[in-house]
Design a protein around this ligand. Structure first.
Ligand SMILES: [Zn+2]
Ligand SMILES: [Zn+2]
Length: 272
């Protein structure tokens, strides 16, 4: 079997053409346009709205860039060197062997049934980005969730300020716009805010969503035999964070600063 760690030409671009990606971009465009062109201008007037427009466009723009990066960047292919046919039945039955790719699997890699291949440090397959969240695009993914949550909270504050100022009755179309905007904004804040909190917890412990599920069982098994379970990749909060965001804090919030990533097949392990 010949496989390459290089993604096929145009594969990233093709991921953009999905209903869920289109829906996500439509929602972003809706929240941005209504906030800037309806509420901001109405609330702060032509002069006062400039600063908020610049700030809100910054957060909205960063959300968009991070989102597109999470779609386009390959989540992490297993390097060619790992693709060796293994005939040893013991290895074939072990967790380090993928019986679908029929090859060796690096630590923390998992086979994704949607992508039909093994993904390095796989977190989960996300339909909204039509891509797996793995070793290479985890940073843009989480930075997108961060900027999107900030943008949504920012737009909700502007919306509430606008609502407090209004001293007029609404016509039918305005009512529909206000109610739909508020519902979408609040719903997205709840979903993305929860996702952000969850991934901050996972990053602080150097866990992926898949590993968290496995850990629940491992803790239960260890408890049964009177032992204490320790996640092997948890090497301390600071190091765990820098493994995802990079060691330079200046680059933490730029989704494309991923030069700290290695080949994604080996990870530091905790030692007593
Ligand atoms: Zn596989
Ligand atoms: Zn996948």
């Amino acid at each position: 079997m010949v496989k390459s760690m290089e993604p096929a030409k145009g594969e990233g671009i093709r991921r953009l053409f999905s209903i869920q990606v289109f829906t996500a971009i439509t929602l972003m465009t809706f929240v941005y346009s209504v906030t800037v062109f309806v509420f901001l201008f109405d609330t702060f007037g032509p002069d006062g709205s400039v600063l908020h427009t610049v700030l809100f466009t910054f957060f909205g723009g960063m959300s968009f860039i991070s989102f597109i990066a999470a779609v386009l960047i390959d989540p992490g292919r297993v390097p060619d060197s790992f693709y060796t046919e293994i005939e040893d039945p013991v290895i074939q039955k072990s967790k380090k062997y993928c019986d679908r790719c029929l090859t060796h699997k690096p630590s923390r890699a998992h086979h994704c049934r949607v992508c039909k291949r093994c993904i390095l440090k796989m977190d989960h397959h996300c339909g909204w980005i039509n891509n797996c969240v793995g070793y290479r695009n985890y940073k843009p993914f989480i930075i997108f969730v961060l900027y999107a949550t900030i943008s949504l909270i920012y737009s909700l504050v502007i919306f509430v300020l606008n609502l407090n100022q209004i001293d007029r009755s609404f016509d039918r179309s305005q009512t529909i716009l206000y109610v739909s905007f508020c519902s979408i904004d609040v719903l997205l804040i709840i979903i993305l805010g929860t996702l952000l909190g969850w991934h901050i917890y996972l990053i602080s412990r150097n866990l992926t969503t898949i590993e968290y599920r496995g850990e629940v069982r491992a803790i239960w098994l260890a408890k049964k035999s009177g032992e204490k379970y320790k996640h092997p990749y948890n090497v301390g909060v600071w190091k765990n964070i820098t493994m995802v965001l990079g060691s330079s804090m200046l680059k933490w919030f730029w989704p494309l600063a991923v030069d700290h990533l290695k080949d994604g097949t080996e990870f530091s392990i905790y030692h007593d």
